[in-house]
Design a protein around this ligand. Sequence first.
Ligand code: NDP
Ligand code: 8X3
Length: 256
Amino acid sequence: MIVLITGASSGFGEAMARKFVNNGHRVIAAARRSDRLEKLREELGDRLLPVTMDVTDPSSIADALARLPDTWKPIDVLVNNAGLALGTEPAQHCSLDEWTRMIDTNTRGLVTVTRAILPEMIARNTGVIVNIGSVAGNTPYPGGNVYGATKAFVEQFTRNLRADLAGTGVRATNIAPGLCGGTEFSNVRYRGDDAAAAKVYEGTVALTAEDIAETAYWVATLPPHVNVIQLEVVPTCQGYAGWNVRRNVPAPGQTK
Ligand code: NDP
Ligand code: 8X3
């Protein structure tokens, strides 16, 4: 199979690239940091093709895909993994620029790449689109605001893809991971504050990028008539927390 993975320079994407290549498949590894992709190619060899791509820039996506050698063009599996969270502040304190970056990467980037790849999958009547959502897409939490909303979009877009794809050989899956350590996700979210990022995983046995790579590989290698639509994957230390109730706060309209 030929597998295009966005966000392959780190974390889940990098682990997925290893998983697919080590199982005999070819991987187009896309991200902005080409030096990291080049290192991955040195490790994994010619079955990995590094491709510089910024998913927030439609012309970068179009150029990267146009430049693919013909033998790499029939993409069997698209993993829309590139994404990020920025901040955990309450909505009223968030930066609009950071909100826009999350929307541009996690939602607009994901649909732009999908729209570019899907027609060819339909023409061949085969293909798998694996979107990487998050448990934050259906379970709100304080400070999750726009990040959670982008992942809700990913989940609902996947379900709507499934509606359009019924009767074709093209499949669509949303994998929604929970707490997962060992990637750059929290370092990015806390804007380079590595101590704050490390605290997120303190005292836990979190998921690893390899766990998510295993899940994506399983989804993509099921028999061709089987479409897993939605998968929530969490570590055993994680569960739902329910509604939060704030006590002894000023009544609405009062400030003291
Ligand atoms: P990482 O930060 O380790 O990896 C994110 C990847 O996305 C990097 O390879 C980065 O590459 C790429 N990326 C970011 N922006 C762009 C862009 N504009 N264009 C192209 N690539 C981009 O995080 P994870 O591996 O943990 O996260 C991967 C996905 O999983 C994300 O969508 C995240 O929201 C989701 N997720 C993560 C969870 C976790 O706890 N870790 C849990 C649930 C979901 P580069 O900077 O080189 O462009
Ligand atoms: C990442 C998981 O819970 O930090 O998508 O939002 S969470």
